[in-house]
Design a binder for this molecule. Structure first.
Ligand code: IPE
Ligand code: IPE
Ligand code: MG
Length: 231
């Protein structure tokens, strides 16, 4: 089996903003703010290597369990960083989509997400999926509920029935999952879709993750042999 070409879809667990800030005696929200600043450069670096889909894990269904002040700052930071970066992302041909539950989000966050999706919907250079209020288990439960409402014959249910009812129904499965800040877990991210993804963890904290980390991750990916259970 030959070496891998560059991946088509890269999904990133952007972790370590809090540690980045704490190491510098700064507030955790300063870390989150810094974490949003490198997104455009990272996207450009992936795009230059032919990656067509990038998914960023920005807020999990479990992140609601953080102190209210941190949740509030993550919500307002999301709105302000979208407001600041949307025109630039749009001019670079990036199509933005949201993965997750919109229903329970504050109105201004919902509106900001809607603005991103509608302004960029016909862009074709790269698809940026923002996983926000995203949880893999919730996603699967939602798909199963939808399927049951359609009243299928149990013996006819296939994997495709589930896949086509996930938030990611229009997106190929991730070829590679990158996690920054050294942890070795998925934290409820794309648990169905990552069945055969190549997993890569780096100690670099998300605010420090740059073009050279992108190159390193893609280099590692190119050395992996994907077997999908075959010999
Ligand atoms: C990742 O950084 C961003 C979110 C989860 C929203 P963290 O806030 O988890 O940073 P650490 O893990 O505390 O360093
Ligand atoms: C995962 O990071 C969620 C995001 C990056 C949005 P966490 O920091 O929330 O994950 P755990 O709690 O360490 O597993
Ligand atoms: Mg963390």
């Amino acid at each position: 089996m030959g070496k891998n070409k560059d991946p088509r879809h890269v999904a990133i667990i952007m972790d370590g903003n809090g540690r980045w800030a704490t190491h510098r005696g700064l507030t955790r929200s300063t870390g989150h703010e810094k974490g949003t600043l490198n997104i455009q450069n990272v996207l450009r670096a992936f795009s230059d290597r032919g990656v067509a889909f990038v998914t960023l894990y920005a807020f999990s269904t479990e992140n609601w369990n953080r102190p209210q002040s941190e949740v509030d700052s993550l919500m307002s930071l999301t709105v302000s960083s979208i407001t600041e970066q949307l025109d630039q992302l749009n001019s670079e041909g990036i199509k933005i989509t949201h993965l997750g539950e919109k229903f329970s989000l504050p109105t201004d966050v919902k509106q900001a997400i809607k603005r991103c999706e509608s302004l960029t919907s016909s862009n074709e250079k790269l698809v940026l999926n923002i996983a926000f209020n995203y949880g893999g288990r919730t996603e699967i439960v939602k798909a199963v509920k939808q399927l049951l409402e359609e009243n299928p014959h149990p013996e006819e249910i296939t994997e495709e029935h589930i896949s086509s009812r996930l938030y990611t129904k229009e997106i190929p499965d991730p070829d590679m999952i990158i996690r920054t800040a050294g942890e070795m877990r998925l934290s409820n991210f794309l648990i169905w879709q990552s069945a055969y993804s190549e997993y890569y963890s780096t100690n670099t904290l998300w605010p420090d993750f740059d073009e050279s980390d992108v190159a390193e991750a893609l280099d590692e990916y190119s050395k992996r042999t994907r077997k999908f259970g075959e010999l």
